[in-house]
Design a binder for this molecule. Structure first.
Ligand SMILES: [Zn+2]
Ligand SMILES: [Zn+2]
Length: 189
């Protein structure tokens, strides 16, 4: 069992995650247009072509120890992922789904003090193909693993131990939805 600390760029938002082993999540690099748009919307450097590295795990593995009140949520569309970021410095921190029972937490690997406990990247998602469309590596295996973990969290009740939602299932941060015009302006070719 490892404990890995995380913090936003300026250090105001900080905490730690539990990593039992590399099998306790997915070390993913996402190349999708949404992840890229979100980084740009938050004033971060363009992640292309490297993609955005994410550790996908369960919310109960995340402990926010300071600066939780500096977190806000960006959605790229009314149905988009909750993209939790630090309002102090714009650092993208976490992704979650919209309800705590959909137990899922993606942690921006760039925020972690050490990525060694995650093991190597096992999935590259949404790599653009030259003729259009996307290709992935390790995608199905990663998807199955996270689904199994979500199911287990529901059966055991550990989905309730989330730092992201209150007991009523409401997110503990304000939500901003990007307008279509804002989204279009940020989209890269
Ligand atoms: Zn900050
Ligand atoms: Zn993505």
């Amino acid at each position: 069992m490892h404990r890995v600390t995380f913090s936003c760029t300026c250090g105001s938002v900080a905490g730690q995650i539990r990593v039992a082993s590399p099998a306790a999540g997915n070390h993913v690099v996402c190349h999708c247009p949404d992840c890229r748009t979100a980084e740009l919307a938050l004033g971060q450097p363009d992640p292309d072509p490297d993609g955005v590295a994410i550790w996908q795990t369960m919310p109960d593995c995340v402990q926010i120890e300071q600066g939780a009140d500096r977190l806000a949520i960006l959605r790229l569309s009314p149905k988009g992922l909750y993209r939790w970021h630090a309002t102090c410095c714009g650092a993208p921190m976490f992704n979650t789904l919209r309800h705590p029972r959909l137990a899922f937490a993606g942690i921006s690997a760039a925020r972690l003090s050490d990525t060694t406990p995650l093991g190597p990247v096992t999935c590259h998602a949404f790599m653009a193909k030259p003729g259009g469309g996307y290709r992935h590596t390790g995608f199905n295996r990663a998807g199955l693993r996270i689904l199994r973990m979500m199911l287990r969290a529901n059966l055991s009740g550990t989905w309730r131990a989330t730092p992201f939602f209150d007991a009523q299932g409401q997110p503990r941060a304000d939500i901003r939805v990007l307008s279509r015009a804002e989204r279009t302006a940020l989209r890269q070719p």
